[in-house]
Design a binder for this molecule. Structure first.
Ligand code: 2IT
Length: 450
């Protein structure tokens, strides 16, 4: 690694010893930037990387709410406004028990480059809370969301910072958050949040966008390899909104998801999750039981393997980790390499540990695509939702879907071209990092020191 990159990385490690996820993501992005930093000595002169690893602003707040029994609870809330050089901060809110500052910061850093890759004017941000949605009543979720927004509303806005959903935050939570924002501000500014319901400014295809976008990106990879999607078998992890979108689009295009997983283990359905009945069962299972996917196996009479992950199967063509960070560790990567499955398409944010990712990238015959490119269709359609809100217009599902597809084709293209430009061959991981970085770097340089 070039000396400047290494010195910034060292200082990140020294400053963030207790934030392993954040250090991991900085290390991952930096590992692709050496040729860019060598070609642009002007970046070192103004310490551009030292600036880039420091969020422009990040705050922590208290969120106090009352449960249905009248007991009071105090949670921590965060919003990280990581980089606003190319547009208003944009990124989701994650409500999950294990959320902490390191996780919010890693997601905000990733989001900056991902949002840049969409080609749309959105900066990087992320937020969330250590609130645990499991087992909470609807009224409790509403009171929590109202308390969360009461702390956050002064610091966001359609031209300032536009939160959305992430794990634990779906349409219901966005509705309560927006209701409270409107109540407190007394204005109709629905461009302040994305992932809204259709009745108050949501976009068609937003719920499907991340999963559909991932499959559109896969199509581009297959095209590059003179391959097609028909008949392909896919293993995904997770069964949330994103995995569901992958299942739906894959089925529509003649492929099928045959493995998926939950925290309790994995399900193998050799017929594929391709019928409306199965897809709807997944949606409902997610809404009612986010911790167990076994009910699917019970209902449709297929195999369930408790406590295991769906990696390293010899009867799939594509692996798509779509559950959470660091889901695929070295042990799983070794199994995937042994199975020789050609396409490794990351979907969740940072689903692979750095050692496992580097191992897979070096394994001959495996093509690795990085999540910050593959899952960018979600936030990309969020930006299209913002555009519709500011135009006071509603686009048809066909229009949004066509734009999403074009966006994913372009993300693949600029990634492949960036890798090519630096003599790296068809390296989508390095290409995605470089292409995402270049636009943010240029905007920061042109805007002067900040
Ligand atoms: O990780 C992500 O890109 C998201 N959770 C979506 C963010 C957004 O603003 O739609």
């Amino acid at each position: 690694m070039n000396a400047y990159l290494a010195s910034v990385l060292e200082s990140v490690k020294a400053k963030h010893g207790s934030e392993p996820e954040f250090v991991q993501t900085v290390e991952e992005v930096f590992s692709s930037l050496e040729p860019v930093i060598d070609r642009h000595p002007e970046y070192e002169k103004v310490d551009l990387l030292g600036r880039m690893v420091e969020p422009e602003r990040m705050f922590t707040f208290r969120v106090v709410w009352q449960d249905d029994q009248g007991a009071w609870h105090t949670n921590r809330g965060w919003r990280c406004q990581f980089n606003g050089a190319i547009g208003p901060y944009k990124g989701g809110l994650r409500f999950q028990k294990n959320v902490n500052e390191s996780i919010i910061k890693f997601l905000g850093f990733e989001q900056t480059f991902k949002n840049s890759l969409t080609g749309l004017p959105i900066g990087g941000g992320k937020g969330g809370s250590d609130f645990d949605p499991a087992g909470k009543s609807d009224a409790e979720v509403m009171r929590f969301c109202q308390a969360f927004m009461s702390a956050l509303y002064r610091y966001i806005g359609p031209d300032v910072d536009v939160p959305a959903g992430d794990m634990g935050v779906g349409g219901r939570e966005i509705g309560y958050l927006f209701g409270q924002y409107r109540r407190l501000k007394g204005v109709w500014e629905n461009g302040v949040l994305t992932g809204k319901g259709l009745s108050y400014g949501g976009s068609l295809i937003r719920p499907e966008a991340t999963g559909y976008g991932a499959v559109y990106y896969l199509l581009e990879v297959l095209k590059h390899e003179n391959d097609t999607i028909e008949g392909k078998k896919i293993a995904v992890s997770g069964y949330g909104n994103v995995a569901w979108g992958i299942m739906k689009k894959a089925a529509e295009l003649g492929a099928k998801v045959t493995y998926f997983s939950g925290p309790d283990g994995y399900v193998h359905d050799p017929d594929g999750i391709i019928t409306e009945e199965k897809l709807n069962f997944i949606l409902n299972m997610r809404a009612t039981d986010p911790m167990h996917c076994k009910p699917y196996a019970d209902k449709f009479g297929c195999e369930f393997v408790a406590g295991e992950k769906p990696w390293g199967m010899t009867d799939v063509d594509v692996n798509m980790p779509a559950a959470m960070q660091n889901d695929v560790k070295m042990e799983s990567a070794v199994k995937i390499a042994a199975a020789g499955t050609k396409y490794y398409i990351e979907v969740a944010n940072m689903p692979t540990t750095n050692d496992a990712l580097n191992f897979l990238r070096k394994t001959p015959g495996i093509i690795v695509a990085p999540s910050k490119a593959v899952n960018a269709g979600g936030v990309g359609v969020s930006a299209l939702e913002m555009a519709q809100n500011s135009e006071r217009l509603v686009w048809t599902a066909e229009e949004v879907d066509a734009q999403l597809k074009k966006m994913m084709q372009n993300i693949h293209k600029v990634s492949a071209e960036a890798a090519e430009e630096y003599g790296l061959g068809y390296d989508l991981v390095a290409g995605g990092n470089i292409a995402g970085f270049k636009k943010v770097a240029q905007a920061m340089m042109e805007q002067g020191c900040f």
